[in-house]
Design a protein around this ligand. Structure first.
Ligand code: 5AD
Ligand code: SF4
Length: 462
């Protein structure tokens, strides 16, 4: 017998967009068991923490959050109720059994590759005593078991097309927690994109740890990311496409050509370089050097002159000298980013870099991070200011902070605020940009216009 009494599910998501996507799928898998989402832990019959392990202290943060939730759980037990507590994602994968040792009140621990077994785990919990641990890399793919997405955020949706990573950058846990590279078949991806479009999505971001390593089976052929993007652009209702995260050494000519030819593909690319110094890139086991990256940026910009670039940087990698760090600053100046993320190197247990000699002292890392962030913030501000006076197509997809205001995203991922009627929500509206802040822009409808949907994006001038 299936228990279909209404129950509440709270999911707390840490880390990257892949986790956001996975959380949505977990909600989708649990919906048939009667679980509806709630924002409040206090309300929930099941709480899932979908965790991230990419940087330091992730596990500690999860344990302290578990401690807090356990108080709610124990109070519930006292009142004769129950709460199922699960830990998912990359901390679950990395820590495995350790989670059950340190937090024995946890009911389920499962890695990113096994959440499709969630309904089965929940059923087992009801049947058997004892916690469920599932951190395999199973033969069958979770994607074969996924139900339709539970919800889409506004009009912009995520779609995972690729997972895992075989690159083994020496600082990174992803190859250990997410497993080997895997691409979903083209037909499956297209079907999901159609479902998203039918549910109201106008923008889709294709996700993968190494998304441009995508090689999806398509009948007898294999299709790379560039080919997939062309197919996606043909889907009715999908006006905007993005993809993230890319590995520079795997950007091929077909992908560059897609930037040239496909107007739906937004002129914005997150292309992490990590460092500007060849010595450091080599020690990181990145399969690209500084010149390769700079040349790639040139080739992408030749294809799409209005391309805005973003990146990830790590400062204080073991052995990074002052001169190496200067090369990173120099690369940032040479490229000119529209925004970027930067991190202090943090040793992840089990990764090669954690055991390297010449770890950089914390105060040096702090100083380098501050200098890099100053430069990146300055570039971001300058880029935002350069948008004032331009007209940008903005997909309006959420209400603003005050009444009569809507917020949307520009092609470059900037948040843009506009005074507009509520029924403009979901439209792509041409806005004249009239103000710029560090993180967002202010716009007015073009020529005081009527908010007509601009639909398919026109090419912007750089
Ligand atoms: N220390 C610091 N930053 C890291 N990242 C990944 N692993 C580490 C680490 N051990 C950063 C990289 C990556 C981003 C998602 O997180 O810059 O691109
Ligand atoms: Fe981690 Fe490197 Fe793979 Fe990116 S390419 S997920 S940084 S191992």
């Amino acid at each position: 017998m299936t228990d279909t009494a209404p129950k509440k599910l709270h999911i707390k998501t840490y880390g990257c967009q892949m986790n956001v996507y996975d959380s949505d799928r977990m909600a989708g898998l649990l919906a048939p068991l009667g679980y509806a989402l709630t924002d409040a832990v206090d309300d929930a019959d099941m709480v899932l923490l979908n965790t991230c392990h990419i940087r330091e202290k992730a596990a500690e943060k999860v344990y302290s959050e578990l401690g807090r939730i356990n108080k709610v759980k124990q109070a519930r037990h006292k009142d004769g109720g129950a709460m199922i507590l699960g830990v998912a994602g990359c901390v679950a994968q990395a820590e495995g059994e350790e989670v059950l040792k340190r937090a024995p009140y946890v009911d389920m621990v499962f890695g990113p590759q096994t959440y499709h077994r969630l309904p089965e785990m929940v059923a087992k919990l009801h049947r058997e005593k004892g916690a469920q641990l599932d951190t395999d890399f199973p033969e069958e793919s979770k994607f074969d078991h996924m139900s339709a997405p539970a919800r889409i955020e506004g009009r912009a949706a995520f779609l995972t097309v690729q997972e895992g990573c075989d690159k083994f950058c020496t600082f990174c846990v992803v190859p250990y927690t997410r497993g080997a590279e895997f691409s979903r078949p083209v037909a499956q991806v297209i079907a999901e994109a159609r479902d998203l479009a039918a549910a109201g999505a106008r923008e889709i971001t294709l996700l993968g740890q190494n998304v441009n390593a995508y090689h999806g089976e398509d009948g007898k052929e294999e299709l790379g990311l560039g080919g997939l993007i062309r197919r996606m652009a043909e889907i009715d209702g999908i006006d905007r496409l993005r993809y993230t995260t890319s590995y520079p050494a795997e950007v091929d000519d077909a992908l560059i050509a897609a930037h040239r030819d496909v107007p739906e593909l937004m002129p914005y690319l997150h292309l992490p370089v990590q460092s500007g110094a060849d010595r450091v890139l080599q020690a990181m086991n990145r399969r690209h050097g500084r010149d390769f990256y700079l040349d790639l940026v040139d080739r992408l910009r030749a294809a799409r002159p209005d391309l805005g670039l973003s990146s990830d940087f790590i400062v204080g990698f073991p052995g990074e000298s002052d001169a190496d760090f200067e090369e990173t600053l120099d690369l940032v100046r040479a490229v000119g980013y529209v925004q970027a993320y930067s991190f202090k190197y943090s040793p992840r247990p089990g990764t090669p870099a954690a055991a390297m000699e010449m770890q950089v002292p914390e105060d040096v890392k702090d100083a380098r991070l501050a200098a890099l962030q100053d430069l990146l913030n300055e570039q971001q501000r300058a880029f935002n200011e350069s948008c004032v006076g331009r007209t940008l197509p903005v997909l309006l997809d959420r209400p603003g902070r005050h009444e009569g205001q809507l917020v949307g995203r520009s092609p470059y991922m900037q948040a843009v605020h506009v005074e507009a009627p509520a029924d403009w929500m979901g439209r792509i509206v041409d806005l004249d940009i009239v103000s710029a802040g560090g993180n967002s822009l202010g716009g007015v409808p073009r020529g005081g216009g009527n908010g007509e949907d601009a639909g398919q994006p026109a090419r912007l001038t750089a």
